[in-house]
Design a protein around this ligand. Structure first.
Ligand code: ATP
Ligand code: MG
Length: 595
């Protein structure tokens, strides 16, 4: 199918500004792409002493803690209330060693699942690193999940250990403990005495634990992380990742996030989903830089203040947060000094071109979109600092990653063909074999196998590739709307609606209609202070029609103050659709709810 082409012509944004005091690590994309080898990346990492394998926590902590960066600030933690806690690489080494010793003391070993259910508190980070050192598997959970989603993941993920707070334990786990026979140890981070055998005080155990720990031999293929997907399209899947993934974390830190030794990096994602672990914990530490963690949730003023006061240089956030900032009438550069900021990246959902340009105009820097999934373990397609940005495009594939647009030859056959012509929509596919590729969906082997067809990993996303190799997101395969013989990607329609000054966010679905197949329907939330009205609805319908043409423009628009979204901030179109059609809502364990 031939794409209709972008409806809006956004001007490209030139590569990194000449005010930069550092040179991007990736200066010549084409050359690096052509000569790239994962073996060379492997050589830039340390490996365990004595050739005993590759362990993420060694690369992230010990190699710095035993070298010149021992006293460098590794993590700066900002509490909700305003206090600050600093950890050097040396501190993190000692604390993660203690945690690894606690696990060992409890008989927890290789491959055992250590879940953490907590907000962004220091214990979470120590537990993640200590579990990796112990060759156990780190499995993060959003603290805001209700009891049922927590139970589901603990049970499906074979949790042997759970690290959490007393409050979360009592609220969400205690009542189900009997239904979790594998869960042998609960370590509570905020009690001084054990509750009962099996419900321990973590501080007490940490105090008693030795500060030295030798990481056991770790095969790069040993399971390291278990991440549940966001649940945007259905029941979350448990994606298995191995220690070798650290190669992707490292190389994307180098080329995409462009880490330099003195950087202060802030990833706003919660470790409850993959970005918050791959980039909120691992990548910055592997690079030996300072990783900022804010315990609090989104708050525009707080965020701008943090960017200023902490002198953040590289900022990784998400479209949902950017859209929230865009809604406000704040002129951040008048009120805050953002001059330390060098690079802003975004992931998780399509980034509307409007947002990229807003970044440039309002923050002084364009926003660099990049694309990846829980399954890919790390960034796969990106707008690299040294490349021209084409607003609305996800960018180009990471060196070491072969991406293509493919078409299924025949639904029943195990075959796909690569679409060679540019600007044609099809499924986004990756050549398997990159280090952070998921190694399975836990307990769902068949489902895993189904992702690989004809030598490609099929991502479930639709996209197109332009003449210069930039990839453009069209929509998730599940969300594509078939209307009067056209295929409409919701992203394009949503982006146009968002260009209207009254619109804060938009979500577009296909609503079955006998004559035309599906009708394009948009749900729209408005900027603060703007009231829904029939006049505005008609204006928006006309606005969209004039830009998109009547075949693609929404036929129906409904105002909705809050669009349903996952905990990781993604709009759940499937839920809007189910509600519209009066169908069952399906798995909503990941739905964000106000507590
Ligand atoms: P589930 O698989 O459970 O339905 P999910 O796909 O939302 O949930 P994640 O792995 O967290 O779970 O999200 C990956 C998906 O997010 C991608 O497949 C894509 O649809 C979307 N996404 C991520 N980054 C981008 C981006 N830059 N542009 C467009 N879409 C993106
Ligand atoms: Mg997915």
């Amino acid at each position: 199918m031939k794409a209709k082409g972008s409806t809006v012509n956004w001007k490209p944004i030139k590569k990194f500004p000449n005010t930069w005091t550092v040179k991007p690590n990736l200066l010549d994309y084409d050359k690096t792409y052509a000569t790239f080898s994962w073996e060379e990346v492997r050589r830039e990492l340390d490996g365990l002493p004595g050739g005993k394998g590759l362990n993420i926590a060694h690369e992230a902590i010990d190699r710095h803690a035993t070298g010149p960066r021992r006293d460098h600030l590794a993590i700066r933690w900002l509490s909700r209330e305003g206090s600050v806690l600093d950890f050097t690489y040396g501190d993190l080494r000692e604390q993660s060693n203690r945690f690894a010793n606690v696990l060992r003391g409890l008989g927890v070993g290789k491959g055992d699942r250590v879940f953490v259910l907590a907000g962004r508190i220091p214990s979470l980070y120590i537990a993640a690193l200590g579990s990796l050192k112990n060759t156990s598997v780190f499995c993060p959970l959003f603290s805001a999940f209700g009891p049922e989603p927590v139970f589901q993941r603990l049970s499906r993920g074979d949790a042997k250990v759970l690290v959490t707070t007393e409050r979360l334990y009592r609220q969400k786990v205690a009542d189900m403990r009997e239904r979790l026979p594998q869960l042998q140890h609960v370590l509570l981070v905020d009690i001084d005495e054990d509750i009962d055998p099996g419900t321990w005080s973590l501080p007490k155990r940490l105090k008693e634990a030795a500060t030295e720990f030798t990481i056991p031999p770790t095969d790069p293929e040993d399971m390291a992380l278990l991440h549940f997907t966001s649940g945007t399209t259905g029941m979350p899947k448990g994606a298995i990742h191995v220690h070798e993934a650290v190669l992707t974390h490292y190389v994307t830190g180098k080329y995409v996030l462009d880490f330099h030794p003195e950087d202060i990096f802030w990833c706003t994602a919660d470790p409850g989903w993959v970005t918050g672990t791959s980039y909120g914990i691992i990548a910055p530490l592997v690079h030996g830089i300072t990783n900022l963690i804010d315990e609090a949730d989104f708050d525009a003023t707080r965020w701008y203040r943090i960017l200023e006061e902490q002198r953040v240089t590289v900022w990784y956030t998400a479209p949902t947060a950017i859209r929230r900032l865009m809604r406000l009438e704040i002129e951040p550069r008048r009120q805050y000094d953002l001059s330390h900021l060098r690079l802003i990246h975004s992931v998780g959902e399509p980034l509307n071109p409007e947002a990229v340009v807003w970044g440039e105009q309002v923050l002084g820097l364009p926003i660099h979109d990049n694309w990846w999934q829980t399954e890919t373990g790390g960034i796969m397609i990106a707008n690299f600092p040294s490349m021209e940005i084409r607003p609305g495009s996800m960018g180009r594939p990471l060196p070491g990653i072969e991406a293509a647009i493919v078409r299924r030859v025949n639904e029943d056959k195990d075959e796909v063909e690569v679409v060679k012509e540019p600007n044609v929509e099809g499924e986004l596919a990756l050549k398997p074999g990159w280090p952070s590729m998921f190694r399975g969906y836990l307990h769902e082997e068949k489902r895993y196998q189904k992702c690989f067809v004809g030598g490609w990993y099929l991502t479930g996303d639709l996209a197109r590739r332009d003449e210069d190799g930039y990839f453009w997101f069209v929509g998730r395969a599940d969300d594509i709307i078939k209307t009067s013989g056209h295929m409409v990607g919701p992203f394009e329609v949503e982006s146009v609606l968002m260009e209207h000054p009254a619109v804060a966010e938009a979500a577009v679905i296909g609503k079955p209609e006998p004559l035309i197949g599906e009708l394009v329907k948009a749900f729209v939330s408005l900027k603060p202070g703007i009231e829904p009205s029939e006049k505005l609805r008609l204006e928006l319908l006309g606005f969209a029609r004039s830009r998109l043409g009547s075949a693609v423009a929404p036929k129906e628009i409904e105002f909705q103050a809050n669009l349903p979204r996952t905990r990781s901030g993604k709009i759940m179109r499937r839920l809007l659709k189910a509600r519209e059609l009066g169908l069952p809502e399906g798995d909503i364990s990941a739905l964000e709810t106000s507590e």
